[in-house]
Design a protein around this ligand. Structure first.
Ligand code: NAI
Length: 283
């Protein structure tokens, strides 16, 4: 079945990026979040993102692409989507509840994908009556720039679901990599211990945030250091992923750094709140 209308659930850092890329590639997008204000704010971010794409010489008609995006204020408003990508907060209860509701409103053949960074796809699938049509589709941040997507097969995901999802990822210009359903999949299982260790080094006063990041940039040739990257990802998202890794794999090496926890308690979540390990507020 061809996919012409994509539902994106959650219009935050990742959801708005996924919606932007889908609209730029000619798909109709139903964009849902908990309030219309959040959807409108995401539309503005998408407009700026599409304008940046056009400035960089990508063939994209900004107004046409924006016109493909429709606000879906209720979950029921995505009932006619051909494929659903969920990108709400990294919380297993919230996602489980959403999958139950999406399962009730979407047509039976529709695939429900999650952009989760670490939560079990098998568990999300079990919240539905269509576990064979539930899959992980894990984009990277910023979505319009990063080409990788991890495609995560749950215990009951069918071959047909996997094939359709890989085809969709390729249609969106991404390079899919198939991964088994394990905590943190591949990328975050490698990345989060690195970020966590950088937080410990900062907490212990080994070096300043700038110098920790400089080591990764100049020593490992990384485009940005782990603390700047954590600010980009969102410190709440980083903490949530580490908690899943720690709980599910049961190893001390994944224990979230207390400094990271304190920053999240303070509401310092990184770029999205204007402050994390660095300040992003206008001086
Ligand atoms: P975010 O905090 O920027 O956005 C989450 C959005 O979900 C918010 O707009 C919030 O209002 C909305 N939301 C919360 N509960 C909802 C509900 N019940 N129904 C509808 N919308 C709801 O979070 P972000 O960073 O976009 O993360 C979303 C998902 O993507 C998470 O699972 C995260 O682990 C994953 N992810 C995040 C990456 C990152 O770099 N930030 C990278 C790859 C995956």
């Amino acid at each position: 079945m061809s996919i012409t209308t994509l539902a994106v659930i959650g219009a935050g850092t990742m959801g708005h990026g996924i919606a932007q890329v889908a609209a730029a590639h000619g798909l109709n997008v139903l964009l849902h979040d908990v309030s219309l204000d959040l959807i409108h704010a995401a539309r503005e971010r998408i407009r700026r993102g599409l304008e940046r794409m056009a400035e960089k010489g990508k063939v994209v008609n900004v107004e046409l692409a924006l016109g493909r995006i429709t606000a879906a204020t209720q979950v029921e408003d995505v009932s006619l989507a051909d494929f659903v990508i969920e990108a709400v907060v990294e919380n297993a209860e919230v996602k489980g509840d959403l999958f139950r509701r999406l399962d009730a409103v979407c047509r039976p053949h529709v695939i429900l994908a999650s952009n989760t960074s670490s939560i079990s796809i098998t568990r999300l699938a079990a919240a539905t009556q269509r576990p064979d049509k539930v899959i992980g589709l894990h984009f990277f941040n910023p979505v319009p720039v990063m080409s990788l997507v991890e495609v995560i097969r749950g215990m009951q995901t069918s071959d047909a679901t996997l094939r359709t999802t890989i085809t969709l990822a390729e249609t969106l210009g991404k390079t899919p990599v198939e991964v088994k359903d394990t905590p943190g999949f591949i990328a975050n299982r490698m990345l989060l211990p690195f970020i966590n260790e950088a937080c410990y080094a900062l907490m212990e006063g080994v070096a300043s945030a700038e110098n920790i990041d400089k080591v990764a940039q100049l020593g490992f040739n990384h485009p940005m250091g782990p603390l700047a990257l954590a600010d980009l990802i969102g410190l709440d998202v980083c903490l949530a992923i580490l908690e899943v890794l720690h709980r599910e794999l049961g190893e001390d090496k994944y224990r979230p750094c207390p400094l990271l926890r304190k920053y999240v308690e303070a509401g310092w979540l990184g770029r999205k709140t204007g402050k994390g390990f660095y300040s992003y507020r206008e001086q």
